[in-house]
Design a protein around this ligand. Structure first.
Ligand SMILES: [Ca+2]
Ligand SMILES: [Ca+2]
Ligand SMILES: [Ca+2]
Length: 490
């Protein structure tokens, strides 16, 4: 049945569009993948420039504290090893006591139990390339501090709309601030070797074997006994428009999918633009957005940008578990590789016009280089970057179609402060597009690029820097944007 769905076309528009851009005239916050030295006349340029301004093209790599835009839920400034005190325990007790009256048990929940929105579903799928049971549900700690699971039952249940718990996160489990917990169907889950922490992969923290039907809702409760699966005990839910039980979705739900067995997932928005390919400007969030509206808080990605009923977007599932690196944008700074050169000029940005593989780079590549500084206060032993916003397929004309790729190390000559007093040679470290799933068209939304030279044996010390590159295949030229979250482990 996959055959009937549209594949990524090899877009022939690239050649036509290659002369549109004028990188140099826009300055460092403007971006275009076309030829820097346009042969177009000045009058054409100014016309173009006016037009572009309305669409506010921009390019920034998220990462430095002053770029960590306002966040819907959790200020990204907190470091995960300095938890704040338990979240307002007395208030929680009072709140839950009214809810608990409905419970047959009649017992007060223990102090510290999570409340709605504190522990949420951040990514999931109920089918995959491995078939109907290739499922996972990723849980995220949005509480603002490390959270110790503490329920009146045996833990927090993740249940489908048949009312049957699939996983229970046991009492006593500590989910780090901004960390994850992974629940997966052990019968079909196919992404267990997707990279996670140091020497670990995205294996499930808890498993189940009973299939979740296509488009069925899923919810997480702060209880484990199914009789207590009621709204007052619900932490979060996500379901489709075809889910009848409103306990298992928020709002009207995400658009129901045709049941294709593809490498897709629904990802909670990490940028605040609802996965829009065409919306430029800075992200307004860098942690999962939860406004209790599944239709706008989650977007659909898959590795071939199929149209399956819930929007089309090149990207990849990225299941994260307790061992996975954690978003710490506020604890690193990301600067130009060469602070004495313009952001849009080499060696900070290198445009290679040589056509590459037709599936990823038919119009060449764009190579973005940055210097990351570890400000965490300790070693960094694992480092990767997750794409939270991107121009990619399916893009309208005038918008670039970018495909993040694996890149090797490269030697580069840089000028650093004080500028003009001599140059030095540095090694710019390549980054690796993490798989599975295989991403034959390059990466996309939610894909991750790893700095594999940072390891337990070779950590990045506090205050130390690493020069990194992000290689982007270009399928179609035009205005572009790309935003990353920095995920790391101490
Ligand atoms: Ca299923
Ligand atoms: Ca919610
Ligand atoms: Ca994820």
């Amino acid at each position: 049945m996959l055959k009937s769905v549209r594949y990524l076309p090899q877009c022939a528009l690239a050649v036509v569009l290659i002369l549109i851009g004028q990188v140099a005239v826009f300055g460092q916050d403007q971006a275009n993948t076309s030829q820097p030295k346009s042969t177009k006349s000045t009058s054409t340029k100014s016309k173009k420039r006016k037009k572009k301004k309305t669409s506010s093209t921009s390019f920034i790599i998220l990462g430095s504290p002053n770029q960590a835009a306002s966040v819907v839920e959790v200020p990204a400034t907190a470091t995960f090893e300095s938890p704040v005190s338990q979240p307002a325990a007395p208030t929680i007790r009072a709140e839950k006591s009214s809810g608990i009256k409905i419970s047959p048990k009649g017992s007060l929940p223990p102090p510290g139990v999570a409340t709605a929105g504190q522990i949420i579903i951040s990514e999931f799928r109920v089918r995959g390339s491995g078939g109907a049971t290739d499922e996972f549900i990723e849980i995220y700690n949005a509480s603002g501090s490390d959270h110790t699971v503490s329920s009146a039952g045996s833990g927090y249940a993740v249940a489908a709309s048949d009312g049957v718990a699939r996983c229970v996160i046991p009492n006593g489990t500590v989910i780090p601030n901004r960390g994850h917990y992974l629940c997966a169907n052990s019968v079909g889950y196919s992404l267990a070797s997707y990279p996670a922490g140091n020497g670990t992969t995205a294996t499930a923290d808890a498993t189940y074997t009973t299939d979740i039907p296509d488009n069925a809702g899923v919810a997480i409760f702060n209880v484990s006994n199914p009789v207590d699966f009621i709204l007052a005990n619900r932490l979060d839910a996500v379901g489709s428009t075809s889910e009848a039980n409103t306990l298992y979705k928020e709002g009207t739900g995400y658009s129901a999918l045709s049941p294709f067995s593809i490498d897709y997932s629904f990802v909670r928005d990490l940028c605040g633009k609802q996965g829009s390919i065409t919306t430029f400007g800075p992200c307004t969030a860098n942690t999962p957005v939860d406004t209790d509206n599944n239709a706008t808080n989650f977007f659909f990605v898959d590795t071939n940008a199929f149209s399956a009923g819930a929007g089309q977007r090149l990207g990849a599932p990225g299941p994260e578990n307790l061992s996975s690196p954690i978003q710490r944008n506020a604890s690193v700074s990301i600067d130009l590789l060469d602070p004495c050169a313009a952001a849009a000029a080499p060696p900070n940005r290198v445009r290679d016009f040589t056509p590459g593989p037709s599936a990823t780079s038919q119009s060449g590549t764009l190579d973005i280089r940055r210097t990351l500084t570890n400000n965490t206060g300790g070693n960094v032993t694992r480092l990767r970057f997750r794409i939270i916003d991107l121009t990619t397929f399916p893009n309208p004309s005038g918008i670039a179609d970018l495909r993040p790729l694996t890149s090797p190390d490269v030697a580069e000559t840089v000028d650093r402060a004080p500028c003009g007093s001599g140059t030095s040679s540095v090694t710019v470290r390549g980054t690796t597009l993490e798989t599975p799933p295989t991403q034959p068209n390059g990466g996309g939304f939610n894909s991750s690029l790893s700095s594999n030279t940072v390891t337990l044996a070779t950590p990045l010390a506090n205050g130390a820097t690493i020069d990194v590159r992000f290689l982007l295949g270009i399928q179609q030229t035009g205005s572009f944007k790309i935003y990353f979250n920095t995920e790391l482990l101490p």
